[in-house]
Every structure is written in structure tokens, then in C-alpha cells.
Design a protein around this ligand. Sequence first.
Ligand SMILES: [Zn+2]
Length: 318
Amino acid sequence: MVPDVAALLDQLPASSDDFARLAGTDPDQFRPFQETVAESFADRFEVNYDDLCVLFAGASDRCVEILAGRPADDFRSAWMLAAIGTPAALTAVAERVRAGGDRSEFEDCGLWVPPHGPAERRFTPERRAIFLEVGGFPGADHPVGLPISVVADAPAVWHYLSVRLDEIPGLPSWPATHAHLVAPESTDRWTLFAAVDPGGRYHDVLVELTDGEDDEEDDDGFTFQDDRSFGLGRVVLRPYGPGLVYSNGHIHSTPGVVGTAGGPPIGLYPNPACPKCERLMFHVATVTSMVREHGDGFRSLYLCENCKTAAVTATSWN
Ligand SMILES: [Zn+2]
């Protein structure tokens, strides 16, 4: 059934999940409404950033003009502008940042503003839903729960998942077939950086703990107790479509879904800059810790293709 987009607009913000569903199933239906929404509905369009990247992809230069003219603290308009991805939009983002705008707001959205020229997208707009499945381990394309020593040096102690990169269209080139989501002992918030050898294994692993976000537990005396035989399996990547549950702005209510491969970063957290070249790193995938329980929250994987550096971040739920 073709949705009546005009009727859905009249029901905003209650119909926000309908727009998330439209992004996942039939985004072309939204295309004729891009300028209208930018012009008249931006304050009520409570749609998450990754869906905006689908709905506003390739929007007109007029749409860019409308959004670029909004006050800098209008975050929904800024998200829409960041989501468009055309040369005009990327130029407008760079101009706003160089005029004193909030660089971190766009970096959280996966846009990097280099010293010169337009902003660069540090993500692929192509998304795949990540489903956790039992069995097929360890020879799966995307194994969950490999022995950590196979994929990374200490202080990484926990393997969530390895992602086969050629199943995600639009990623930069990488020296290995897979990249890995791994964790240190800490169940707090952290960012893990690693160099990558030609086989894809992580070495020179460095962990930065994020201060001040989580004081609910004292980590003194914490010892790693997670059962290494727990949660072995695999994930499979499937295109977005009508089979997913679109609820509260995400697809995590779909049975088996534990994350998204490709697409932008969540948009609510700082994304890592490459420790070697300082460029914003390229977002690959974000899963919840439910993929293989260790800690609590989202786990995201990033790459710097130039420096052959990987990063994994641990953030909270929202
Ligand atoms: Zn780099």
C-alpha cells in the first residue's frame, strides 16, 4: 500500500515511526516532500538521524538553502542538512563550521570538515540490519565470540563480532576481509584504538576510558569474569525492508536484530578521530551489547583507511 505522506505530515510528531518505516521500505515516496518538510515541519519531524540520511538523500539545492538559513541551535534542521550529502549540502556544512558553527555537532553526525573544501561523509548511506543467529560458528561470515587472541592483542579481552566488510556497500578499502568489534575488561564507557596487520588482526591496542559518564559502580577490584564460552554464534546482514519492526525510531524491536551495519553513526555521541592523522574515522557498524553480553549499551566500529587504524567505542543506551 502506498502511504499518504501528506496525511502523515499532518499527524506529526505522532507519525514519526511511519517516516522511519518509509525510510526503510519506500523512501522514494518521500522525495517530493523534502522541501515541504524542511520548510514547514522541521520542528515536529522527530525522525532519527540515520532515517533522515535516507529520506533527505540528494535533496535539492533549494532544500539546502532553507536548512542552511536556520539558526545554528536548531538541531533538527542541522541534522537534515547533514543528512543530504550532496556537494551543495557538504559545502554548506563546511561553511557553517568555518563561520564558527559547532564542529562537534556535525562530527557526531559523521561529517568531517577538513581545512579546505566541502565536508566529507565518514559513513556509507547503505544500511543493513544485523540479525543475531545461533549456529554456523566459527566459520560464519560474521562470527560472534571468537577466541580473543585470534583477532586482537591485550588489553582487548572480549570479542563481540567480526564484520565481513565487503557485505556493506560503500566502505573505504581496508587491508583485510574483516574488522572486529572487541572490548577491554572495563564495562564502563571507553574507546579502543588498534593498528591492523595485513591479516586484519589488531595490535598496539590502546584503551581510553571515558571519564565522568558513569559513576554507578566503583571499578576498583573489578576482575574479568565473563564466560568465554558464552554467546558463540554469528550475525547475518539483511537489507532494510517491510520485515523489520519500526518502533521508537529504531529497528531494535525486530526479533533478532542487534544493530545496523553501514549507515551513519548514532548522532548522539562523539565519534573517534584517528589518533594518527586526526581525521574523523569512518563508521562501519553499531550493535548493542546484546550481541554478546559484556557491559551495557552501544558498541560502534570505525576505521581510518589511510592509517589502517580501527576503533571501537562503548557508549550508553541513549
Ligand atoms: Zn588516520
